[in-house]
Design a binder for this molecule. Structure first.
Ligand code: ZN
Ligand code: ZN
Length: 134
């Protein structure tokens, strides 16, 4: 097996992923669905080729929810950790929830999306571009 660029795991540890490529830029998504899915102010997502993601443990724990047509959010059915999303429109790319990655990550956030849906209690304190769409 190739040495992974990153490992990732859910809260309970049953699901473990190997990421075999570098991530793309991190998107900060403030949309209401991402707030619900994370229980937090925003989701931190980064794209990676689906072929570079290997489920090395806990595949039977993976569950998914189709939050909008063709857009599935994949999570651990035991602990609820969000892991990645996938779309039928672009099946070759997964969007990893960056917070589940173990250890330092090279990618950095580059923009805020859906800021019109931002949590009222969260203030953006950086100079990154802000968009009201994806
Ligand atoms: Zn879990
Ligand atoms: Zn979102």
């Amino acid at each position: 097996m190739n040495e992974p660029t990153y490992t990732a795991s859910c809260l309970c540890g049953d699901v473990r992923l190997h990421l075999l490529a570098e991530l793309g830029d991190i998107d900060i998504c403030h949309c209401a669905m991402c707030r619900k899915a994370t229980g937090s102010a925003f989701a931190s997502n980064a794209p990676i080729a689906a072929s570079a993601v290997s489920v090395v443990a806990g595949a039977e724990r993976l569950a998914s929810y189709e939050s909008s047509p063709g857009h599935e959010r994949v999570f651990c059915r035991r602990c609820g950790s969000p892991l990645f999303s996938r779309t039928t429109a672009n099946p070759g790319v997964l969007r990893i929830r960056v917070g589940v990655i173990d250890g330092p990550v090279a990618s950095r956030p580059t923009a805020h999306y859906f800021v019109g849906s931002k949590a009222s209690w969260w203030s953006i304190h950086d100079g990154l571009p802000r968009y009201d769409t994806e």
